[in-house]
Design a binder for this molecule. Sequence first.
Ligand code: NAD
Length: 501
Amino acid sequence: MTRRHITHWISGQTWTGTAERHGDVYDPSTGQVTGRVDFASVADVDHAVVTATTAFKQWRSVSLAKRTQILFAFRELLNAKRDELAAIIVSEHGKVHSDALGEIARGIEVVEYACGIPHLLRGGFTEQASTGVDVYSIRQPLGPVAVISPFNFPAMVPMWFFPIAIAAGNTVVLKPSEKAPSAANFLADLWKQAGLPDGVFSVVHGDKVAVDRLLEHPGIKSVSFVGSTPIARYVYETGTRHGKRVQALGGAKNHMLVLPDADLDLAADAAVNAGFGAAGERCMAISVLVAVDPVGDELVEKIEQRIATLKVGPGCNGDSEMGPLVTGAHRDKVTSYLDAGAAEGANLVVDGRKHPISGEGTDEGFWLGPTLFDQVEPGMSIYGDEIFGPVLSVVRVSSYDEGLDLINANPYGNGTAIFTNDGGAARRFQNEVEVGMVGINVPIPVPVSYYSFGGWKASLFGDSHAYGEEGVKFFTRGKAVTQRWLDPSHGGLNLGFPTND
Ligand code: NAD
């Protein structure tokens, strides 16, 4: 089979650079290597930053009307080509096609939000703050900014950041995951077709070498990172030490609290969709279901029944509901938790290793079916670790308060959900729970584009969430102007009044 060569995108075209190191790219459903991605050297990153710096000088002066036209054109192209982009995501990540379309749709929402940039950048104006003196505020772009993204949303996560960054007048260097690199180049090509000037959006592929250079490079003014917690912490500490503005979104362990009055069919459907969708490789996946007595037995039974009907197979097959894991190494790591959980005393209700895989040529693929543990307790590795796979743990608690304490004691604080028909309990939960995003009878509460996405505690380093108003603020700097003009109709005098009254 011919392997694709995936390389950088700089100055509006593919750019091979020094290309001394490479990584393999797999089709997770077959386990075959389908591509080779170049890893950027320090010199390659420097070239991208120089290009972005040059482009910034022009781009920051392009009118908002023109920028908006390009954004609308980019949105139209994304809509027209979304099936093609989804197929690329499926081929490298493994998620099912409908799920890939879903991530593109969420990315398009942010582009649509960024189309409103003339409104979003509007400043304030105060006339006559002092006599003859006006004060107003403006927001200006930062310069070249870096976006470093994870494998699990190759299109959506970069689009949480770059539409707003570009709309606000910045230039962007994107370093996507080396495991699913091709979507970034596809997006770069769409930008070019939309009329974005060369150099405003660049892609450098690679690993720690590229990331470290972006973090240190004096030409990079901010870093937007999404990935695992240890790397997010590292990126935040290193980037800020080099004087950059950094938002670093980390890992998660999302809990879903089910109260006794909840609709248990709805809760079971939600747990299966949110636990096993994208094979659990979502930062908003539900990985712990907290069942308040006495609903545990019934809920576990309902989830078990639903898992039995889940169709696991290649993401490109229209009827697949769950695909493989991203790499063989990750599948093996996730699978090791099945033995660990059983050894630690949890009840392995459904063993994902036994789930049928449908589809041709899948023998070598990175498969693990949906897995359900019951009687899980804090202190077990399956409870404490972010597994990032199709493994759902059920913890039993005796009351709402015990469930809340459990969630709040967890070091992560990304998303959470409560399932109940009691409005008072739901209202109390959204007030008391210590996480960044809360769903009430909604299992994956990813905020719409005009709110902002971000967790608390070990799920976010920095104080800016992604997109929405916080995104606009992150990608701009405020400036306050105090002005006074001499008035020629009064002989060049400023009306003769004191200015400090
Ligand atoms: P990862 O941390 O391994 O990689 C993320 C990025 O960091 C990649 O571009 C990678 O090349 C780079 N990187 C990896 N190791 C590095 C190192 N030592 N030094 C510098 N850079 C390095 O994450 P992943 O496996 O690609 O993605 C899964 C993780 O991302 C999960 O923990 C998941 O929860 C998290 N995630 C979080 C969110 C969120 O919004 N909080 C969203 C999506 C994914």
